[in-house]
Design a protein around this ligand. Structure first.
Ligand SMILES: Cc1cc2nc3c(=O)[nH]c(=O)nc-3n(C[C@H](O)[C@H](O)[C@H](O)COP(=O)(O)O)c2cc1C
Length: 333
């Protein structure tokens, strides 16, 4: 087990958390990351073949994935619980039940209030990491009793609140505001960025997009290729009625933003989103005209490799990068 307080809390070797990704982070990826010493996280629709609104089926699919992770790895892992609002809560309630029944060691709770499931999860012995996007939300989560907070900057792939705080500013704000361990993400892809984020006060790092472009991820090969082939400015912030998303720039983002500019109604936009969702890109491989959640770090990713190799490269690169940093800082010390 690693020595920092996050590693001790989670029983892991390295403070490297594979962030949950809808239609991407299934059992193979999770086991590969956990076996390499990090913490893998099952995301929504892990291992799924089709879209369903059946709550029972959603929960049982997750249970099957949890069992698969356990066949592939003895190491700790996490399950993502997307809280949601209103009627959507039925999904998260079912996932919470499955997580408790299956004695999953860690839950990463996102998109929702921290006071809804923290008590019940903790009473069952599940460690709770709660995703937040401001220091104030971090304090609220801490008061609700979470074990650690996860903050994701504006660079991050996927959906987040409407704040535009970058990882560079958000991480120290959160680290100053709470006493529980802080896990920070958004823009991390290699040893350099891990060093930078931990210098800002994070106890551990959260990495999504880099793990999406691995052999074990469930992302379609055409999506992985699209990311490997992209450079520089390759993502865009996409406003939805409930949140901002960061997506790879493609025909989908051009059409969606065009519709929005032309004044399309919420229901028109919602229909368009449903017809061009991550299921269509990540699962069916329609990489050009469907939504691909993706972080800015995509512009730095040049290859598809094993998830264990991603962990090894980060860990193996830290000492060299640290020496380079010390040499650069020399005149300031
Ligand atoms: C393809 C994709 C799908 C995502 N789906 C989810 C999700 O279902 N639940 C969640 O809490 N976050 C989700 N996220 C956000 C990630 O968990 C994480 O915050 C983000 O990837 C970190 O930034 P990075 O991509 O720069 O590493 C998703 C991100 C990506 C790239």
């Amino acid at each position: 087990m690693g020595h920092n307080r996050l590693c001790k809390l989670l029983g892991i070797k390295y403070p490297i958390i594979q962030a949950p990704m809808n239609w991407v982070s299934g059992a193979d990826l999770v086991a590969a990351v956990s076996n390499a010493g990090g913490l893998g996280t099952l995301g929504p629709n892990a291992g799924a073949e089709n879209i369903t609104s059946d709550v029972e089926l959603t929960g049982e699919r997750m249970r099957a994935q949890i069992k698969k992770v356990r066949r592939l790895s003895q190491a700790p892992f996490a399950v993502n619980i997307v809280v949601g609002v209103g009627e959507d809560m039925t999904y998260s309630k079912k996932i919470v039940d499955v997580v408790i029944e299956e004695a999953v060691p860690v839950a990463i709770v996102s998109v929702g209030r921290p006071d809804i499931y923290t008590d019940v999860l903790k009473a069952a012995g599940v460690k709770v990491l709660h995703a937040i996007s401001t220091a104030r939300h971090g304090q609220k989560a801490e008061r609700a009793g979470v074990d650690a907070v996860v903050c994701e900057g504006f660079e991050a792939g996927g959906h987040k609140g409407f704040t535009e705080l970058t990882t560079l500013t958000l991480t120290p704000m959160v680290a100053d505001a709470v006493d529980v361990p802080v896990i920070a993400g958004g823009g991390i892809g290699d040893a350099r960025s891990v060093l930078a984020i931990m210098a800002l006060g994070a106890d551990g790092i959260y990495m999504g997009t880099r793990f999406m472009v691995t052999h074990e991820s469930e992302s379609h090969p055409r999506v992985k290729a699209a990311i490997v082939n992209t450079r520089d400015v390759c993502t865009i912030s996409v406003p939805k009625d409930y949140m901002l998303a960061r997506d790879l720039i493609n025909d989908f983002t051009k059409q969606y933003l065009g519709l929005k500019k032309a004044g399309a109604s919420n229901s028109e936009l919602s229909t368009f989103l449903n017809d061009h969702s991550q299921y269509h890109s990540q699962h069916l491989g329609k990489a050009d005209n469907s939504e691909i959640c993706c972080g800015q770090v995509a512009g730095l990713i040049n290859d598809v490799k094993g998830a264990g190799e991603v962990v090894e490269d980060v860990v193996g690169g830290i000492a060299k990068r640290f020496e380079e940093l010390k040499a650069r800082l020399g005149c300031l010390l």
